[in-house]
Design a binder for this molecule. Structure first.
Ligand code: HSE
Length: 464
């Protein structure tokens, strides 16, 4: 069946959880507005769910629309657009490829699938001449992918960096505000419904890594997959790390960072995509992004710095992004055109994490005697790592590891905080490993990457 003049744009929905339920509600509540905006009615013709007993209200309201046979729904020739909110790789990938190959446009929120195999979907959409839209896959309600793909298409994006996972941001915010440890903050996040029963996709950084892959692909016209993204989660962030950050006028955020790295030292221009907890100064705009909110900085050569902020998860916010895509796709159907194709023409290599320049903050408990500083500085120097600032607290009179207040310490231990200049991440990691083995070092209390300091380590009062 083909669409006639003024005929409705017919939508099949795959999955009807928190987000899908909101999509159904908005399609219903906004039907008149949507028709006016699109130039034709947008009509829901089927909803595929795996476990119908979980959707009594949906079935009571739309008895003719609900099915358990997603494959048959996608195959129907009276469907123009398939909206997928199932998540995961399969059966979502097979269903979307089936939809695309049969000429249907696709709107999806599936970050895991796009980050693992977006190329297959994009190539299939190109071959079939249909749309593939996925604004909801990154940062929920925040319009971010369309600005990267369209608004900034005439500029050169150099960096996309931000907080793209609300669960971990909630946990880190709770640790910073209450001094709680990771386990207690996770428990609170679970109790309040921010963290899932199995929180690993969020706390181990995989969710953010999928989003980083999608952002880097769009920003740098280069196919980047989740496997290309270096990923560290927040499980290892301790109350001592948070205290160390506070002591420096900083906070800790799980950052997704995508950068275009210029050619240098015989290395070609490349891209870096990485996710890890990092210290950022409290004066940095991302530092005040608390709770489950997301915020992303985009830097482009001509535009300068842009910041996008809002709700990165949840049924209604995510459904808002899906509805925006649905309207765009429906308009394209009505107008007989297609949205912008994905472009991966630049095909830049992805730089291994070890070669990426980063900066470290290292907090050590050391013996307080002659030659200690020199032994530690020697390990940095041996690997070509330049030190930006060193601060010693405690010493002969000792210190409290919690408050940093001076106390009587008969052992003569001191705390040494070192902040480095930028150096290859592998050189920094190697230095920390070597320092930990020095017998003058009693404990490595905290090791964190540092971002957003610019050229000055202002918290330490030392020019960087
Ligand atoms: N689990 C994600 C988060 C939301 O905590 O931000 C979906 O991407």
């Amino acid at each position: 069946m083909t669409r006639g003049e003024g005929a409705p744009v017919r939508v099949a929905l795959l999955g009807c959880g928190t987000v899908g339920g909101e999509v159904v509600r908005l399609l219903q509540d906004q039907a008149g507005e949507l028709a006016a905006r699109v130039g034709a009615p947008v009509e829901l013709v089927g909803v595929a769910v795996r476990r119908p007993h979980r959707h009594p209200d949906l079935i009571a309201r739309y008895p003719d629309l609900v099915t358990t046979d997603a494959t048959a729904l996608v195959a129907r020739d009276d469907v123009d657009v398939v909206v997928e909110v199932i998540g995961g790789i399969e059966p979502a990938r097979s269903l979307l490829l089936q939809a695309i190959k049969s000429g249907k446009s696709v709107v999806t929120a599936n970050k895991a699938l796009l980050a693992e195999d977006g190329a297959t979907l994009a190539e299939a959409a190109d071959a079939a001449g249909v749309d593939l839209y996925y604004e909801a896959s990154v940062a929920g309600a925040i319009p971010l992918l369309r600005p990267l793909r369209e608004s900034l298409a005439g500029d050169a994006i150099t960096r996309v960096a931000g907080i793209v996972n609300g669960t971990t941001n909630f946990i880190l915010s709770a640790m910073a505000s209450s001094g709680a440890g990771y386990a207690d903050a996770l428990e609170e996040a679970t109790r309040l419904g921010y963290a899932e029963a199995d929180p690993s996709a969020d706390v181990d950084g995989y969710d953010a890594a999928s989003k980083a892959a999608i952002l880097a692909t769009l920003a740098f016209h280069t196919r980047v997959t989740a496997a290309d993204v270096y990923c560290e989660g927040i499980r290892q962030v301790s109350a001592a790390d948070v205290a160390a950050a506070v002591g420096l006028g900083c906070t800790i955020k799980l950052l997704a960072i995508c950068e275009r790295v210029p050619a240098s030292g015989g290395r070609p221009e490349s891209v870096s995509a990485r996710v890890y907890p990092a210290m950022i100064p409290l004066s940095h705009p991302l530092a005040s992004v608390d709770g489950a909110f997301n915020a992303v900085f985009v830097e482009a050569e001509a535009a300068g710095q842009l910041m996008f902020y809002g709700q990165g998860a949840g049924g209604a916010p995510t459904a808002s992004a899906i509805m925006g895509d649905l309207v765009a796709v429906a308009r394209n159907r009505v107008g007989g055109g297609r949205g912008p194709r994905e472009s991966a023409y630049a095909s830049l290599p992805v730089r291994p994490m070890g070669d990426v320049p980063t900066r470290y903050h290292v907090s050590l408990e050391v013996a307080d005697r002659a030659g200690v500083l020199s032994a530690i500085a020697g390990e940095f120097s041996r690997r070509g790592v330049s030190i930006a600032a060193v601060r010693q607290t405690g010493g002969q009179d000792g210190f409290s590891p919690v408050s940093g207040e001076e106390t009587v310490n008969p052992d003569g231990a001191a705390r040494l905080v070192v902040v480095t200049h930028g150096a290859a991440d592998s050189a920094l990691a190697g230095t920390v490993e070597a320092i930990a083995k020095l017998d003058v070092v009693r404990a490595v209390e905290s090791v964190l990457r540092v971002e957003g300091l610019g050229r000055t380590v202002s918290a330490l009062g030392v020019a960087g």
